[in-house]
Design a protein around this ligand. Structure first.
Ligand code: ATP
Ligand code: MG
Length: 571
């Protein structure tokens, strides 16, 4: 392709709202343009990279046994009502009505759709296992669309669904996808880690998130350097932290004027923060009050809390009237003396504490010498692991201290079990003639987010640094002065030869100044730049710049194609 025929509007400035370097560079390099919040157009360069990522995904999905299909984006409400997710999905689902008033949603995901697709026609164990996938736009009305393609409201996703006859089969499919994802992100040139993850709204058995390591990522990951344990902070399991045994002192109520935060209480009573118990008050959709208690220096993990409270789908900050109705008051809560209007969840580590400080459920008062095992009513509380992991917490596998890092979730694999097949009554006849319900799995990759993550991880002050497998073009050939017909001809010959050799190459035949063209090359980030200058014409030597190392190499004209092909292999 010739740059004079390429629509690649590069910019000097990035939009004010762009916070992430990937967002800025995608704008400046002319990969995307915004249509509205969280809605983007892909320009030719951006779409070329998207297509390359999709091609890698297709190849790996196909070689793992997947078959590509395409389902409608617009999905009838009934299938979501049957699975129960019409209500659960909440405002993130984009809903619409047709002219007859029938309700639909723009698919945020396709479990219901695919389960209804296969349920009437896949009837025998002989048709299993089955893996079907599509690459298509998904719609989620994110509460905060931001970071460009990283968190948008319309985005391209690959979603594959597996159907197996039993749990063993499902686990085999899961492993195949896990391996395929590892190959995909490796081929994209990304540094990533598969991390144990919470299943979120989708429910089911186990799950991994494929996370690209980047300080700007929204995911927080706990990982162990001594073993292979890695988990998202939402999921990371924590061991009980036991405290040294102390002599139990009698419970006592003390006045703590205006001490409505744990910081204030700790300072006022002059106790270490590890000796305090703090509360977070939530309510669910049914306005049930849920009080979560953790040690003062710990944080509550809402996902873990949600997993403990049966029937709760979302958590919100509790309204004060609910706290008061439970016989408590905001800022001074504890499990001691609450009535039945509160669901009380206490972190497992809190139960190990001795002589601690906790609220007295009245304004400006706290209890001291609280020993939960003695003072909390065991009948009224649920004890569970409900806190967020922190750096230094012991690894649940080997006990060594965990480290924290940040990352971008680019893909996720889940086992679903019978969750959707049961709800939507999808069954088959097994070998022994019995009717069984499919064991399912689902596996998603965000294509645009993968592109953004690649830029986030590979860039410098001048622009993007693409891996050659996903670069919009692998090589750019630049005659420094395209008005000089000898230079242009020389460059065109190299361009033609590279094309014939199967290289994805661009000829920058624009009659711009050399500096402008070089700046664009670095900004867009082609892995190799071949420069044709007056010097080249004199000496017959061609200069090649490697984008990622900044290295310049000089090759004799006769060897230039061979050397570029060799060089590309190493990138
Ligand atoms: P997140 O936790 O970041 O909101 P998710 O866990 O809800 O994502 P999944 O349902 O697992 O997302 O979707 C599969 C993949 O789709 C994700 O791993 C991610 O790469 C991509 N994805 C999800 N939401 C978005 C979005 N709003 N914009 C771009 N890509 C997205
Ligand atoms: Mg996910």
């Amino acid at each position: 392709m010739r740059a004079t025929q390429l629509y690649a509007p590069t910019l000097r400035e990035s939009p004010a709202e762009a916070e992430l370097v990937s967002h800025k560079l995608m704008y400046r390099a002319g990969l995307i343009r915004k249509a509205a919040g969280g809605l983007y157009s892909y320009l030719p360069l951006g779409w070329r990279t998207m297509k390359k990522i999709m091609q890698i995904i297709r190849e790996e999905m196909d070689s793992a046994g997947g078959q590509e299909i395409l389902m409608p984006i617009v999905q009838p409400a009934e299938i979501w009502q049957t699975s129960g997710r019409w209500a659960v999905y909440g405002p993130e689902m984009m809903r619409l009505k047709d002219r007859h008033g029938r309700e639909f949603a723009l698919g945020p995901t396709h479990e219901e759709m695919i389960t209804t697709l296969i349920r009437d026609e896949v009837r025998s164990h002989k048709q299993l296992p089955l893996m079907l996938y599509q690459i298509q736009n998904k719609y989620r009305d994110e509460i905060r669309p931001r970071f460009g393609l990283m968190r948008s409201r319309e985005f391209v996703m690959k979603d594959l669904y597996s159907f197996d006859k039993d749990v063993d089969g499902m686990n085999v499919s899961y492993q195949k996808m896990y391996d395929a994802y590892t190959k995909i992100f490796t081929r994209c040139g990304l540094k990533f880690r598969p991390v144990e993850a919470d299943n979120g709204a989708i429910g089911g058995g186990h799950s991994h998130e494929f996370t690209v390591l980047a300080p700007s990522g929204e995911s927080s990951i706990a990982y162990c350097e001594s073993c292979d344990y890695a988990a998202s902070d939402e999921k990371a399991e924590l061991k009980v932290i036991t405290a040294d045994v102390e002599e139990l002192k009698p419970l006592e109520k003390v006045s703590t004027p205006d001490c409505h935060t744990i910081e204030l209480v700790k300072n006022f009573l002059n106790v270490p923060i590890e000796k305090t118990i703090k509360a977070v008050a939530f309510m669910d959709d049914d306005e049930r009050l849920i009080l979560a208690f953790v040690r003062g220096d710990h944080e509550v993990n809402e996902i873990k809390v949600l997993n403990v409270v049966e029937g709760a789908n979302h958590l919100y900050m509790a309204e004060e009237k609910l706290i008061n109705a439970a016989n408590s008051c905001a800022g001074f809560m504890s499990p001691i003396g609450l009535n039945d209007k509160a669901i009380i969840i206490v972190d497992q580590t809190v139960m190990e504490m001795y002589n601690a400080v906790a609220g007295a459920n009245e304004v400006d008062a706290h209890f001291i010498n609280v020993t939960p095992r003695r003072d909390f009513d065991a009948e009224k509380i649920h004890v569970a692991d409900i806190r967020m992991v922190q750096a230094g917490d012991p690894c649940p596998k080997c006990g060594k201290p965990l480290h924290m890092t940040r990352g971008i979730e680019v893909g996720q694999v889940f086992t679903l079990g019978k969750k959707y097949s049961q709800a939507l009554n999808a069954t088959f006849l097994d070998e022994d003639g019995s009717t069984k319900t499919f064991e399912m799995g689902c596996y998603g990759i965000g294509v645009g987010r993968t592109m953004a993550a690649a830029i986030e991880q590979n860039n410098d002050a001048d622009g993007i640094i693409w891996n050659k497998n996903i670069a919009p073009f692998e090589v750019v050939v630049v005659p420094v002065n395209a008005k000089d017909s000898a230079q242009l001809e020389f460059a065109e010959k190299i361009y033609d030869e590279l094309k014939s050799a199967g290289v994805d190459v661009l000829l920058d035949d624009r009659k711009e100044r050399a500096g402008v063209k070089f700046k664009d090359c670095d900004l867009i980030g082609y892995p190799l730049r071949v420069t044709v200058s007056p010097k080249t014409l004199q000496s017959g030597n061609v200069e090649v710049k490697v984008r990622h190392s900044g290295e310049f190499m000089t090759f004799a004209r006769a060897d230039v194609i061979k050397n570029i092909l060799e060089l590309l292999k190493t990138l």
